[in-house]
Design a protein around this ligand. Structure first.
Ligand SMILES: [Zn+2]
Ligand SMILES: [Zn+2]
Length: 265
């Protein structure tokens, strides 16, 4: 399996997952052009993508969908709520509805030999999910845009090798920053985004001996910095009850506008 973030953050999210039997894009929040360029850098043509998996309908996850689906007709896997949310966005009438494959939270579906599971998350959209994917014993997940996590999330995401997880904001930066109060409240709410501290605590529950990579994703431009996210998560793991230390695993930050490191295992 080979994975790489093509762009990450409130200006657009897209993760490439290349399995042996299928190539997937998890969210298409970048323009078609940037998505194509990112894939080209990875040595792929967008025509080689077998499926788009959508986590939810916020524009930073679907901004490229209209053009990509018109040009390339790639099947779109999404929950019913997300599909309905997408179809209410401006310009969505140009998206061919027959490209949608409706998926149910907690119910696995197959894309060739890739087993994918949409896992329910709390976020302020209709039916948001994170995705767990697995092929021939190799397991990964993309878990962003969630206000909170629970034992349910920990169970659903156990035994992963590669984890893309949100580390959205530093709580102090958000509290002292210039965002209006209502927006700060939304971000901090149970339907908002994971702070660096939340992310460290959540990760410390997901770690296992087979982790290959931890990729911190969806960093806020205003309320976080890559060094702060990295240090908070790393020390959060070390200070938690887990037997692991923050230095036991490679932790990387997904850049906003460029490709992340490529995780291959
Ligand atoms: Zn987002
Ligand atoms: Zn969102």
């Amino acid at each position: 399996m080979r994975m790489c973030s093509i762009g990450s953050g409130s200006s657009g999210n897209c993760v490439f997952a290349g399995a042996s039997s299928a190539n997937l894009l998890i969210d298409v929040g970048l323009s078609c052009k940037r998505t194509v360029q990112g894939l080209n850098t990875l040595g792929l043509d967008i025509s080689e993508i077998d499926a788009i998996l959508l986590t939810h309908e916020h524009s930073d996850h679907i901004a490229g969908l209209r053009v990509i689906s018109k040009k390339y007709g790639i099947p779109i896997y999404a929950t019913r709520g997300t599909m309905e949310g997408v179809m209410l966005t401006p310009g969505a009438d140009e998206i061919d509805r027959s490209l949608f494959r409706v998926v149910e939270p907690d119910t696995e579906f197959m894309i060739n030999d890739v087993r994918a599971v949409p896992v329910r998350i709390d976020h302020d959209t209709r039916e948001p999910v994170a995705f767990r994917i697995e092929e021939y014993g190799k397991k990964a997940a993309v878990i962003t845009d969630l206000g909170t996590w629970s034992e349910y999330t920990v169970d659903a995401m156990s035994g992963l090798n590669t984890i893309f997880v949100e580390a959205n904001h530093d709580l102090r930066m958000l509290e002292c920053g210039r965002y209006p109060y209502i927006l700060k409240k939304r971000i901090m709410s149970e339907k908002g985004h994971l702070s660096n501290d939340d992310s460290g605590a959540f990760l410390s529950r997901l770690l296992n001996d087979d982790i290959q990579a931890v990729m911190l994703a969806h960093l806020s431009k205003e309320n976080n910095l890559p060094e702060i996210a990295y240090e908070s998560v790393r020390s959060g793991i070390t200070l938690s009850d887990t037997k692991y230390e923050g230095d036991d695993f490679p932790i990387s930050v997904c850049p906003r506008d460029t490709l992340s490191r490529i995780v291959e295992w």
